[in-house]
Design a protein around this ligand. Sequence first.
Ligand code: FES
Length: 238
Amino acid sequence: MPEVSPERRWFPVCRGEEAAPRHIVHTALLGQELAVWRADDDTVNAWENRCPHRGVRLSVGTNLGDRLKCRYHGWTYASGSGQCVERPAHPGEEPPSLVRAQRFPCVEVDGYVWVRLAGEGDGDPGPGFEPGSTPAGLTLRSIHVFAPAAAVAHALARHAGEASDGSAPEAVDPYLLRSAHTEGAEIRYALQPVADGETFIHASLAKAPPAAERIAVLRRENDRLRTVRDAIETSASS
Ligand code: FES
């Protein structure tokens, strides 16, 4: 299968719960700044983080539930279509239909919001940790690393298994890894290439632990990811 270009594949950009109602998530993918927000009807939007009017970041605007309002001059854009529906300085005038926020394909799968910057490419694995995989049992705290995705994938394969008694993660492709090291429950890692030299690691357990063990598991896996991050950033700076 041909390797799909990064612009044409899906990446997780935040946990679904981070895109909370009436909130706007500011993130980036491959250097493209994004404003990610959930409408009250559960539609998740991933837009260029730039107002079509004068370029102010939409992430500092207001999520009105079915529209996003820019903080600067109050231009307001509809969920789903991105169409401008209001310009306070032009009351009673219909905004031109061409004025709309730039939208990116966006879908919520496995507990994360996944975004693709360009059209579908040959070999696109689709959104999610693995095609046909079971839904995530427990999403872990995402962790930011100052290193390119390739270095992060390499370091995960080397270090993520060292803190436990299991094997190291194996690469499914350049941005997805998986391991069975967590007491038999598969853990999956998906990398979000934020920009040159910056990556988010998003991880989830395929099977949720018993409720009584949940906090301990979250702490242990968070410690593991911090160990990986420290190893990568230390080696990059030495
Ligand atoms: S810059 Fe957004 S409304 Fe003017």
